[in-house]
Design a binder for this molecule. Structure first.
Ligand code: DCP
Length: 230
C-alpha cells in the first residue's frame, strides 16, 4: 500500500503526501505523551500512531528495552538501531485520516536518546558513528515531513514521580539524573535550538499538572494544534 497517491478522501496517504499533516508529540520519559495522543484520538480527521514500545520489549522474545537499561554499552546500539527502524516505519505508514499524530519521531530518537547514550559515555564512538550514518542516510534519501512538534514540557522531578508510580519494570533503574539529562537535551533541541535542526515549528504545552488539568490544557491548545493542518 505504500507509495499510493490519491486525491480521494478515505484513501491511503503516506509521508510525503502534501495533503497529509504530521504532528509529533515529544517530551521526557513519562511526560504524558500517551495521554495526549489518547485525548486527540477522539478527534475526527486525526489518526494517532502510538510509539511501538511493546515491540522494543519483545523482539522475537528479546526484551531490548530491559537489556539496554541493564547494560547500555552492550545493548544501546541494538535498541537504537531497532527503534530507528520502527520509527521510520511509523513515519512512512499509510493512513486514511488527513492528520497523523505520532508519539515521538525518528528525530528525537537520534537527537535525544542516541545523543544521551553517547554523551554520557554509555555508547562506543563506533556505535554512535554507525547510528549517525544510518540517520543521515535515511533523512537525506527519504522524505519524512513533520508539520508541527508538540512539546510536553515537564520538570524532571515530575517525570520521576510519574515513572515511579507507573512501575514499568524495565524503568525502575532510571535515576533522576537520567531524566535531567533527557530534559536538558529536549530543551537544547526544541527551546534553545542549540543542538540539532528542528524539523518543524514547536508548540510548547506546560505538562507538570495533574491528569484532569492536563486534559484541559490539551483542549485549550486544540485550535493551535489543528492550525497546523491548514
Ligand atoms: N526510549 C529509548 N530510546 C528511544 C526512545 C525511548 O531508550 N529512542 C525508552 C525510554 C523509555 C521507553 O523507551 O524507557 C519509552 O519512552 P518514551 O518516553 O518514549 O515513552 P513513555 O511511555 O515514557 O511516554 P509517556 O509516559 O510520555 O506517554
Amino acid at each position: 500500500t505504500r507509495g499510493i497517491r490519491t486525491g480521494t478522501p478515505g484513501k491511503l496517504m503516506r509521508s510525503g503526501d502534501s495533503r497529509r499533516t504530521v504532528i509529533c508529540v515529544e517530551g521526557n520519559i513519562a511526560s504524558g505523551k500517551t495521554t495526549c495522543l489518547d485525548y486527540f484520538s477522539n478527534t475526527s480527521n486525526i489518526q494517532v500512531l502510538t510509539e511501538p514500545v511493546s515491540k522494543w520489549r519483545n523482539v522475537h522474545g528479546h526484551n531490548l528495552l530491559a537489556l539496554m537499561y541493564q547494560d547500555p554499552q552492550r545493548w544501546g546500539i541494538s535498541l537504537q538501531t531497532y527503534i530507528q527502524l520502527t520509527m521510520l516505519d511509523k513515519h512512512l505508514s499509510a493512513t486514511t485520516a488527513p492528520v497523523t499524530m505520532m508519539e515521538r519521531s525518528i528525530f528525537s530518537a537520534k537527537h535525544i536518546f542516541v545523543e544521551n547514550l553517547y554523551r554520557s559515555g554509555k555508547m562506543l564512538e563506533v556505535d554512535y558513528i554507525i547510528l549517525n550514518e544510518w540517520f543521515d542516510w535515511i533523512t537525506t534519501n527519504v522524505s519524512l515531513p513533520v508539520n508541527l512538534i508538540v512539546y510536553l514540557q515537564t520538570s524532571p522531578q515530575t517525570c520521576y514521580e510519574r515513572l515511579k508510580q507507573r512501575c514499568r519494570e524495565e524503568e525502575m533503574v532510571i535515576p533522576l539524573e537520567y531524566l535531567e539529562f533527557i530534559h536538558q537535551l529536549h530543551e537544547d533541541w526544541l527551546i534553545k535550538g542549540t543542538s540539532a535542526p528542528v524539523p518543524a515549528p514547536v508548540l510548547v504545552i506546560p505538562a507538570d499538572y495533574d491528569l484532569q488539568k492536563m486534559l484541559h490544557k490539551y483542549e485549550e491548545h486544540r485550535e493551535k494544534i489543528l492550525a497546523a493542518t491548514n
